[in-house]
Write a new protein. Structure first.
Ligand code: MF3
Ligand code: CO
Length: 249
């Protein structure tokens, strides 16, 4: 069941997502060769605590950390560890908070120092696929308009979209209906309505779309070892079109 949100609820989701955006912007400044992903997790927790919010992922289905940090061929749900970041890595940072009864959720993939052209292009195309998909988040459009836009943007650059993980509605729960696949057909699927909040999150692989889960039960990696990028925004469908809630401004 898709839950529509009133203006006052969108305001709360905005506040929650603002904290997520602040965390990701601080982490972006901190990321550099020599740092461990565990240190990034600690920095994120410190900010959330200061804001009086709760990390959304910690304890979710037993996930033990606040941040997901996915390096290179890791697609999503990488667990913070003593792994030291190296020049040329790319790192996906996925973060969520719970604040005043509402969840916020967003992700970025960023370079560690200087990265090669291939990695830079993968990140750029993946972010572009999110940006184009967000433009489709309008009252009266269909869910498939979002999905197809991600897929077309990624595949026309020679990349593939992950099938096994999807975006989602978000609100008083971290994951609500609808599920938002990153592939599909224009004009298909449920009709989009004002009051929906959607966490749109393309996961794009430089190689094939197949993924596997490591024995830790969480870390998702590309089956062929290729690089992967992930971007996510929580977006409200308003009378004035899509509003990106998880953006600093
Ligand atoms: N952004 C991811 C999602 O929406 C993060 C979930 S990680 C988990 O599913 F640990 F909370 F599962
Ligand atoms: Co999400």
């Amino acid at each position: 069941m898709v839950i529509l949100k009133h203006a006052d609820e969108i305001e709360k989701a905005r506040a929650s997502n603002r904290i997520v955006a602040e965390v990701l912007s601080v982490l972006r400044e901190k990321v550099k060769p020599g740092l461990t992903t565990r240190e990034l997790d600690k920095i994120a927790e410190g900010i959330v605590e200061k804001r009086g919010a709760k990390p959304a992922f910690k304890g979710y289905r037993g996930y033990p950390f606040s941040l997901c940090a996915s390096v290179n061929d890791e697609v999503v749900h990488g667990m913070p560890s003593n792994r030291v970041l190296t020049e040329g890595d790319i790192i996906g940072l996925d973060f969520g908070v719970y604040y005043q009864g509402f969840y916020g959720d967003s992700a970025v993939t960023i370079p560690v120092g200087k990265v090669d052209d291939q990695a830079a292009r993968l990140m750029q195309v993946t972010e572009q696929s999110l940006c184009m998909a967000i433009k489709q988040a309008c009252h009266g459009n269909r869910l498939g308009d979002i999905s197809a836009t991600v897929q077309e943007t990624a595949e026309s650059s020679g990349y593939s979209v992950v099938r096994d993980f999807v975006g989602h509605g978000i609100g008083k729960s971290l994951h609500e209906d609808p599920q938002i696949p990153n592939f599909g057909k224009k004009g298909r699927g449920i009709e989009l309505k004002r009051g929906m909040i959607l966490a749109i999150e393309p996961m794009v692989n430089a190689g094939k779309y197949k993924v596997k889960i490591l024995p830790d039960g969480w870390t998702v990696i590309t089956a062929d070892g290729s690089l992967s990028a992930h971007f996510e925004h929580s977006v409200a469908i308003t009378d004035n079109g899509p509003e990106i809630l998880s953006k600093l401004n």
